[in-house]
Design a protein around this ligand. Sequence first.
Ligand code: ADP
Length: 353
Amino acid sequence: MRILVINSGSSSIKYKFFKMPKGRVISYGAIEHIGEKGSKVKDHHQGLEIILSRINHQIDVVGHRLVHGAEEFKRPVSINNLVIRKIRQCCAIAPLHNPANLAGVLACRRLLPGIKQVAVFDTAFHQTLPDYAYTYGLPYAYYKRLGIRKYGFHGTSHEYVASEAARALKRPLERLKIITCHLGNGCSIAAVVKGRSIDTSMGFTPLEGLVMGTRCGDIDPALVTYLMRKKRLNIYQMDDILNKGSGLKGVSGISNDMRVLESKARRQDKRVKLAINVFVYRIKKYIGAYLAIMAGADALVFTGGIGENQKRIREKICQGLFSHLKKKPKVLVIPTDEEMMIARQTYKLVKAD
Ligand code: ADP
């Protein structure tokens, strides 16, 4: 079965073409700058036309990455008109991501009529969180009426590396307690027990939790209204500061790129060192919390650009982390492969159908 995996963002479409069940990659690539000034590719339809012209094999199924499935989608689904309507409803709580994902789905439906399309949701893996982990201390009516709760993201990545960790440890996933750290530009951490996510750091949006490249992660929510008043910021400016001007970039004042920061830290730049220390400290705190809720762990997994490549950051995180534990978790580095996970889940769904 030949499966085309599509990750459609606001100005790019990434693709990977697989032969399943072996998971052999036939081809991959990306179309960028879609709809941007001066770009030859004016929309997702045109972008996808280019991708299809590059793939000269029969496509059997298309697997799409969808960021937000809210409580509606707990597992991958075959796309039909009803599913599209429900994905549209989820756009209200994921206005940055879902419309762009949906543009890819709609373009595929037009260009590949009759070819089965599957949606795999980034939030689905975390739908197993217990209610006391996903409920915020806010009026309960906001949850019931507006769907305000923790959803969690990067689910496809956390699920993939947790299953690969079990493979590496040569033990069944159903018997393991694993903490997975996805550290890229966006960063999140998950507590995975018996293959099910029981807690994760990102929340209603991907802003909560760890300190990230440009996102602040956990802060005192009262700061938002204080800053808006003090600096006379409107909601869009405030949103920009929290999402694009904070994190490693905001603290260091230099860059959101950890490679740049590491090289500057060696030259004793104080603000850069502080940014790295804040980043590392927050991760340590979350790992400590997850060790407590899981009563220990069998493995701690690092993935994402920083997690996979930056040994010194991993070492700083792990320093003294397990000294109080009799049974120390195995520390593993596992490159993530979200496209492969989407291809596997798409294959499984089509086979079951
Ligand atoms: P995204 O969340 O956008 O997918 P990545 O997973 O590519 O991001 O991670 C980007 C971060 O990883 C940056 O801070 C970058 O400095 C860091 N990094 C370190 N080494 C590498 C590497 N070899 N390739 C890519 N990113 C790296």
